[in-house]
Design a protein around this ligand. Structure first.
Ligand SMILES: Cc1cc2nc3c(=O)[nH]c(=O)nc-3n(C[C@H](O)[C@H](O)[C@H](O)COP(=O)(O)OP(=O)(O)OC[C@H]3O[C@@H](n4cnc5c(N)ncnc54)[C@H](O)[C@@H]3O)c2cc1C
Length: 371
């Protein structure tokens, strides 16, 4: 199993790397003080970063899942918050239009989505429905004289990109048994802004909290299980984000260990420091391989339920441990904002929680192995 790329995919990844080197990495500290620049989604859309795997005949780039995960990994080396957003946009939001939207919905929204004029968000989580996602309490009631349209009532939290989004894909309850997804335009008086959620890591991301009081939603038919199955590929992208964070942390730790001298020699000459570097290098390689394996299997049309959870779990714990070890190598300076390592250490935490916390990934893996 080796990820291979077409010439088009190689060129695209080269463009992504240039974008990260020139326009993302230099801004990562500034962005976390507030949020991304207003034109971020137009810039990303112009490069195709918002619709990497979306089919060509619908206006996307139609590239492989392998290319998407490499995109998320590369972006995470420059700004993990942007990587998280790119992951959600591609794997959950734009993918929703591929699998569940009808022609009328596509013709209305796709032009704006593909140009970056209509940023998207995906809202499943609620105050009482986190890991237990089926507990969603937001209700969807059909509007009598508007077939396909529903009134949505309920509260959503932790919506990535909610602050920028113009259209939100909202998961809501149709009746006691059934949940489904709805396209909800944000610019409605029935949507109340309950504020931006501050987080310790991925701070640049505009994480949103909102309430809908009979907001109008356009149904995109699909069962709850079908709709949230998009999370499998999403988890591979979060795994790739974790690999990117760990790679960058390792690079910074190695660099620092070579220039910091104590007891008359660089830290890099000390065996306990070398052990931290060796272990980290090994785990980063293993995490990258697991992410690549899941992406490769997806591209072969194989099921990836277990592999997606395995790679996200392993890569997120790798990002946690590698950032922690590399911060340790930086000593006291590692705890200051003068060094990027403290930011990566904070950003890594999201990968253990978003798109299903590690405990939930373990439940999924065990269920697959025990069936
Ligand atoms: C920055 C950020 C961005 C996010 N973006 C989005 C988004 O765009 N859209 C969206 O819908 N959601 C989003 N989320 C929400 C995220 O998916 C949830 O936070 C996550 O699923 C966990 O849910 P919870 O926070 O309610 O924790 P809880 O479900 O309350 O879990 C708390 C702890 O209990 C553990 N736990 C729960 N149940 C079990 C169990 N059965 N067995 C063992 N342990 C268990 C969990 O693993 C966790 O450690 C985001 C979250 C963050 C922090």
């Amino acid at each position: 199993m080796v990820l291979t790329f077409t010439e088009e995919e190689k060129q695209f990844l080269k463009n992504v790397q240039e974008f990260v080197d020139e326009d993302v990495a230099p801004c990562t500290r500034a962005w976390e003080k507030d949020t991304f620049p207003k034109d971020i989604w137009k810039r990303c859309a112009s490069l195709g970063i918002t619709h990497v795997v979306f089919p060509k005949d619908l206006g996307g780039l139609g590239l492989s899942c392998g290319t998407l995960v490499e995109t998320c990994r590369i972006i995470a080396t420059g700004d993990p918050a942007l990587s998280m957003n790119v992951s959600a946009l591609n794997a959950l939001c734009v993918a929703h239009f591929e699998h569940f939207a009808n022609d009328e919905q596509r013709s209305k929204y796709l032009p704006g989505i593909l140009s970056g004029d209509c940023p998207l968000a995906w809202a499943l989580t609620e105050p009482e429905a986190g890991s237990d996602a089926r507990r969603v309490q937001t209700t969807a009631i059909p509007i009598a004289d508007r077939p396909g349209y529903f009134h949505l009532k309920g509260e959503k939290i932790f919506t990535t990109n909610g602050g920028f989004a113009k259209l939100i894909i909202v998961i809501a309850r149709i009746d006691d048994e059934n949940l489904s997804a709805f396209l909800v335009e944000k610019d409605q008086p029935e949507i109340k802004d309950l504020g931006r959620i501050e987080t310790v890591g991925v701070k640049a991301s505009y994480t949103w909290h909102f309430y809908m009081s009979d907001a109008v939603g356009w149904h995109t038919p699909g069962s709850f299980e079908e709709v949230i199955s998009l999370l499998h590929r999403g988890r591979v992208c979060i795994g790739a984000m974790a690999v990117g964070i760990a790679e960058k942390a390792l690079e910074l730790g190695i660099e620092y260990s070579k220039q910091r001298v104590q007891f008359g020699r660089p830290l890099a000459k000390m065996q306990s420091v070398q052990n931290m570097i060796a272990d980290s290098g090994m785990w980063v390689d293993a995490a990258r391989l697991l992410v690549h394996k899941a992406a490769w299997m997806y591209d072969q049309g194989m099921p990836i339920v277990k592999e997606a959870s395995c790679c996200k779990l392993f890569a997120s714990e790798t990002a946690r441990d590698v950032t922690n070890r590399m911060l340790q190598i930086h000593g006291g300076r590692g705890m200051t904002p003068d060094y990027l390592i403290e930011k990566l250490w904070r950003d890594a935490k999201l990968t253990e929680i978003g798109e299903g916390a590690s405990e939930i990934q373990r439940l999924i893996i065990a269920k697959q192995l025990l069936k």
